[in-house]
Design a protein around this ligand. Structure first.
Ligand SMILES: O=C(O)CCC(=O)/C=C/C=C(\O)C(=O)O
Ligand SMILES: [Fe+2]
Length: 312
């Protein structure tokens, strides 16, 4: 088995509320570098760690993480809709391997996913059906959240199980770093919103368009400085990236939900996907970060990072 890793922030505002041309060019160059890295590695399997934004997982049953043996994308924020090319056999093998290692994984035979999963596949592979993938949902939005140490344990178990596959495996993380976009919360939600967050009624196209326009407007307000959202925190983001670069992954066991939320905002917990991916790579042996890019992008409400990593 040969592993590699890409960590990639996502934002539904990309292409809808872009930063200035110079900033965009720097980001595009970093993303092009990750694409070239992936093309050269030529993965036979992608283990994709991503969050959901109340399109697939709801409070009726909200697992801390879940592995899919089949998955379909809803097509939110203009992202591609339809089935992902899931490698069901590999997914089942990884699920068994994770459970055998004592991590209480939930499994979905029909996962619904959103832009969190789709965007990295579009950006790196030009579509959701181009490469065999095992989607792993990591809850980074819906509190209460499990300890970060359990995400590290998940990633470690997936990495160990993946090492038993005779494949080139790319561990791909989607999300983070510090950002506080308008994602609804159950605490304090009015009854109609609470019901939607619990039951997961699929929105009508009009309701979806209205919700998406609200997020785009929030990006404009944020970039203009007229907002109450928690600021992007480059100092914290770089501390997070330093942790991944140093390989001192056990440090994340001390990262509390409260500390992460205060430093990085309500969606900083998406960085759990990075914890899982780096733990997976570390489980296969010592690694080095091959490239590291970071930029605070208010227009996307995102501390935006791209990293690649390989075995040492
Ligand atoms: O209708 C809504 O409120 C949906 C909000 C939403 O999906 C926001 C997503 C934001 C991100 O994925 C992000 O910035 O990471
Ligand atoms: Fe997100």
């Amino acid at each position: 088995m040969a592993p590699a890793l890409v960590g990639l922030s996502h934002s539904p505002l990309i292409g809808k509320n872009d930063p200035d041309a110079d900033t965009l060019a720097r980001i595009e160059a970093a993303v092009a570098g990750a694409r070239a890295f992936v093309a050269e590695f030529d993965p036979e399997l992608v283990v994709l760690y991503a969050p959901d934004h109340y399109n697939g997982f709801f409070y009726k049953e909200m697992p801390p993480f879940c592995l899919a043996t089949e998955a379909t994308a809803v097509g939110d924020f203009g992202s591609q809709a339809g089935p992902l090319s899931v490698d069901t056999e590999a997914a089942k093998a990884l699920a068994k391997g994770v459970l055998d290692r004592g991590v209480d994984l939930t499994v979905s035979a029909r996962m619904t996913v959103d832009h969190g999963f789709v965007q990295p596949l579009e950006v790196l592979f030009d579509g959701i059906d181009r490469v065999p993938v095992v989607p792993v949902f990591v809850n980074g939005v819906a509190t209460p959240l499990c300890p970060v140490s359990r995400i590290r344990a998940l990633g470690t178990a997936v990495g160990e199980a993946a090492a038993e596959l005779d494949k080139r495996v790319l561990f791909l993380a989607s999300g983070g770093l510090s950002h506080d976009p308008p994602v609804p919360t159950l605490d304090g939600a009015p009854p109609r919103v609470a019901d939607a967050l619990i039951e997961g009624h699929p929105p009508t196209p009009q309701q979806r368009a209205k919700g998406e326009e609200r997020v785009v407007q929030a990006g404009r307000d944020y970039a203009a400085g007229s907002t109450t959202m928690i600021p992007i925190n480059p100092t914290w983001d770089n501390l997070v990236l330093d942790t991944f670069e140093s390989g001192a992954l056990a440090d994340v066991d001390d990262w509390s939900v409260e500390w992460m939320g205060a430093e990085g905002g309500g969606s900083s917990h998406e960085v759990r996907t990075w914890v899982a991916a780096y733990a997976s790579l570390a489980a296969t042996g010592p690694y080095s970060m091959a490239s590291r890019f970071y930029e605070a992008v208010p227009e996307w409400i995102a501390g935006f990072a791209v990293t690649t990593a390989t075995p040492r």
